[in-house]
Design a protein. Structure first.
Lengths: 201, 201, 201, 201
């Protein structure tokens, strides 16, 4: 019997409350009980440690370790200026170059308008791909209409009526569970110190 | 007689020394004397203010005002994970939605390998375009070979032998100077408070 | 006194009638009388010549020469599968590697939903940028609501009420006219035979 | 016992011989015997049928049906102008909007320089993603150095020494085989006639 599966969900919105955080929390709630879960609000990480890449700062260190230990990663980001948030990218920059290797990744975004729907696939997915992700499932983009809960309802009920969300959630769970036997090999195994991209430029 | 032209150069590398900073400084040195210039090292801005978008913090406020006052903007960023640095994106997120309107913009990137050459055009340019930039000139990407100065030489001499750099620099100066009569109209004029993207998501 | 300015507008929709063609035709109608204009419907080019890159076929040859002679180029394409049409890309593939050098380019797209709005900036603009375009102005994307003319009206009247269109049209005319003194140098001047990309792969 | 697995490999290079075709053929050779395989050279499809989307033309019809029947699809394209070939995009435009649903897809590209390495992830992957692909594995990009076989060797031997290729090939086979139980649901099942994108624009 192996280790239990784990999912970490990253929230890259600097604001509180945040619709990104609401969606991502709901995603975690809907995972099967057999999957362990961790929510990381990136704005809980001290800003100075995040931007300087101080990997010894405990909160940042814990967040990086949560990603390392995860089988599945939810990348929850608001779409600002047609791309991911600076907060999310700053955290991603602290991860190893192949920090998504052997993981299933789900890009989840919230934005002010349907016009930003392609930002996840064009602007965020290539970043995650460069990190060696084993399987990046269909992105889920939510605009305000997608998240406006009718009076008397809950976000859970509202999202249950969104077929793209339901489909993507199902894919994520299946991929996290079923793909597990596939190890990521071939690339040299980086140790973190040696691949800090800040050494390069 | 009008106001003198101004260029601001942003350096989005968290490391010191930084090859991005070296290239960007050299660019500023080569501008004609008639153009005023400001170098903004984004890692001089307090990290907490940057990530929380505290527009009252004096260093951040000064950087934003330098962009607002500029006719030309050099976006100098290392390429991390196939895109711009989190530091650069975090600063961009503090600018108004159309914060590049009426400006000439030059994306300048440094990366560990020629394999990242397209990151500026695919990953960074659409961000700047979404901000209403009037004219984004040809990107300039530098890998380590482009920046390794032969013994006894200077970076200035070395770059002078790089035709793509020389060409792009010339374009930038002409575009900053000549395009000036073109105001950006049509979009509602945003005031900063009203367009903080953090309100949206 | 110099040569009169010229604009060529390419229509990359394989269908007739085509909303892309309607928008692009209207754009040509609104150019000042001093600017010469040519409309090229890419589906008038024999398909075999286009896909095999037979540069001796007269219709294809004429289209390529129209681009070469132009100061401004309108790239009119439907958005299919989140990117430009195969017809448009097939024509672009017959142009020299730096076939947009010294030109002002305007990406214009039509799509079934606002959700494809970013396809022009993320999927099409980098292609044009790789061809050395001097100035690619703000893209203009139209979804069906943008093009549904109210009863009794004309497309011209309808578009006149679209500030993004009006703004981009104005930018295009100014850029075609005013930027002209800026030659594209520095890159080796390609002759067409030598740069047929088909030689490479 | 189910149907045998099937892989179709599309070659989008208009030239013969073609390095894209050589790589893709080698990929098919290395698949396990249990997997059926079909190579489709897109330049065998009559150009007129391809560009006009004449789905009754037998060669085009056969190619579309080969994709429909496939569990895995290799998208083999030369990189022209920083993106996929017009020939490949023209064929993709004839497929249904969700024509990659329930399939494992492998983007494979050949280009003149390492500088185009990101074109697959930024320029091609979002297209395939928009078609509902279940799993798009790591892209494989080959520049001329990757494909220059030492004297006395074979392409097979040469590629066997390329760890990124070996890794991606292994992933592709595992994903085609193991992911199969995952049906693509949720999106309305399109019939081809109703989703011809040419209806839209």
């Amino acid at each position: 019997m192996g280790m239990p599966l784990r999912v970490v969900a990253l929230v890259g919105s600097p604001s509180r409350p945040s619709s990104t955080a609401a969606v991502v929390s709901q995603i975690l709630n809907e995972l099967p009980d057999s999957i362990g879960r961790t929510l990381v609000s990136l704005n809980d990480i001290p800003a100075e440690a995040l931007l300087s890449g101080n990997l010894n700062e405990p909160t940042l260190q814990a967040a990086i370790e949560a990603v390392e230990a995860a089988d599945g990663v939810v990348i929850g980001t608001p779409i600002y200026k047609a791309s991911l948030s600076g907060l999310m990218k700053s955290f991603i920059d602290t991860l190893p170059q192949y920090g998504m290797a052997d993981k299933v990744v789900w890009p989840v975004g919230t934005g002010g308008s349907l016009a930003h729907a392609l930002a996840l696939d064009y602007g965020v997915r290539p970043i995650l791909q460069s990190m060696g992700a084993r399987h990046i499932i269909q992105s889920a983009f939510f605009n305000p209409a997608d998240l406006t809960v009718p009076e008397g309802g809950t976000l859970k009920q509202h999202l249950a009526g969104n077929p793209r969300y339901v489909e993507a959630l199902r894919h994520f769970v299946i991929a996290v569970s079923a793909d597990r036997p596939l190890p990521f090999l071939g690339h040299p195994q980086p140790d973190r110190a040696g691949t800090d991209p800040r050494n390069a430029a």
